[in-house]
Write a protein that binds this ligand. Structure first.
Ligand SMILES: [Fe+2]
Length: 408
């Protein structure tokens, strides 16, 4: 069950492929994972908790996304589903044969589109399962009912409003609702009491310094970003993989990190179309980035003091979701800090499981309380610009609103 199947690596191929014919449309489309979605299945807690990871991304950035599977007394629970490929369903059927049927599918967020989109297909794959969704579901630009989005009307329930599934084995801890202007942010953390595992969605992450194992099957995205110019070939070395990972994390964290500039179109074009790069997997040599010396320091700031993964609020959430709602986040963290049986945190992105006690969460809350929040400096500048623009246009509320108990 462990591992992904290796794929032939598209590096240093001397001739163009017939995929060149697709120009100019390829660069305009979300490419990763190139229509071949692999699933890495790992046992996180033996006999109790499993991670199903896939690569997901658009344009130049791909990061892993995770579905977590819990074994409960009645069967299996799928938390934050990922797309149910044949490979994934085969792995799930194997778990079902050992531990019982999939009984419950949970969408634990109201705003994370990447977690919402796979739910209807997963629900169709398991017609006997109940589907539970976070309150405050929304869609943009049209507010469509869940059934129009493919959620099965007869077996879809809303967490809190319609009760809570498996309440004897799980406890549920809402963060939000928080008003985002065009919609609502809300996610529910879920504690699996038997293993002491707390499942979160987007609010907390731990970014590892090394590329996740999911890339071992196809490191092309890492090698693409590990270069400095578009005319450099995709060379597979551990160092290039690491550089590529660090840069993709910076894109995912800040959208436009401070250390990257976009060169002129003529410069980008002049470096493109080199032999060996005339293939869609190398974006035909189009590499519109120039990294400044010292860019690594930006990534290291996301790690702990010894260069290790540390639990944190993802920068993009801090600056775009929580900039004026820090108190709501702290209240949630401090509530989670009362969970004496907590041993692990499993987020839907990046590292898992992350060893974590209730005291660790209280320490995190305390650290957040004492440091500057939602900075506009350095790499935060681009996110801050988006926030300020949305504020100016009146798209996002200028002060904390919504649930008065949860707002700053
Ligand atoms: Fe997410």
């Amino acid at each position: 069950m462990e591992g992904v199947k290796p794929a032939p690596l598209a590096v240093q191929q001397p001739h163009s492929s017939n995929a060149d014919q697709h120009w100019p449309w390829w660069p305009l489309l979300p490419l990763y994972p190139y229509g071949r979605r692999r699933t890495l299945v790992r046992t996180l807690i033996p006999e109790q908790v499993w991670s199903f990871e896939q690569l997901q991304g658009i344009f130049y950035v791909a990061v892993p996304i995770r579905m977590t599977v819990l074994r409960l007394r009645q069967g299996l629970l799928l938390h934050a589903p990922v797309p149910p490929t044949e490979e994934l369903l085969g792995e799930l059927r194997a778990l079902e044969r050992r531990y019982g049927a999939v009984r419950t599918i949970v969408l634990p967020t109201s705003s994370g589109l990447e977690h919402k989109l796979p739910v209807p297909a997963m629900a169709r794959a398991f017609p006997g399962a109940e589907v539970w969704v976070s309150p405050q579901q929304w869609s943009f630009p049209l507010a469509l009912p869940l059934s129009w989005l493919g959620f099965p009307r007869s077996r879809t329930r809303v967490l809190l409003a319609d009760g809570l599934p498996h309440a004897d084995e799980l406890s549920w801890h809402p963060l939000g609702p928080l008003d985002l202007g065009i919609g609502t942010f809300m996610e529910l953390a879920c504690l699996h009491k038997a293993s002491g595992t707390l499942l979160v969605t987007d609010a907390l992450v731990a970014i590892p310094p090394a590329p996740p194992p999911l890339f071992e099957g196809d490191p092309t995205p890492l090698l693409f970003h590990g270069r400095d110019r578009g005319d450099q070939p995709l060379i597979d070395t551990p160092e290039q993989r690491r550089r590529g990972w660090w840069r993709m994390v910076l894109f995912a964290s800040y959208l436009q990190p401070q250390s990257v500039q976009v060169p002129s179109f003529s410069e980008v074009l002049s470096q493109a179309w080199q032999p060996g790069l005339r293939q869609p997997r190398a974006y035909f040599g189009l590499y519109p980035f120039r990294w400044s010396p010292g860019w690594e320091a930006e990534f290291r700031a996301l790690l702990g003091p010894r260069g290790e993964a540390r639990l944190q609020v993802a920068p993009v959430l801090e600056r775009l979701v929580f900039p004026r709602c820090r108190e709501a986040l702290l209240t949630w963290l401090e509530k989670l800090g009362e969970l004496g049986q907590l041993r692990w945190i499993v987020p839907a992105h990046y590292d898992a499981p992350v060893a974590c006690s209730a005291g660790d969460l209280l320490a995190l809350a305390s650290a957040i309380r004492q440091r500057p929040w939602a900075s506009s400096e350095g790499s935060w500048g681009y996110l801050a610009g988006i926030d300020q623009t949305l504020l100016r246009w009146g798209v996002v509320p200028s002060a904390a609103g919504g649930d008065p108990n949860l707002r700053a």
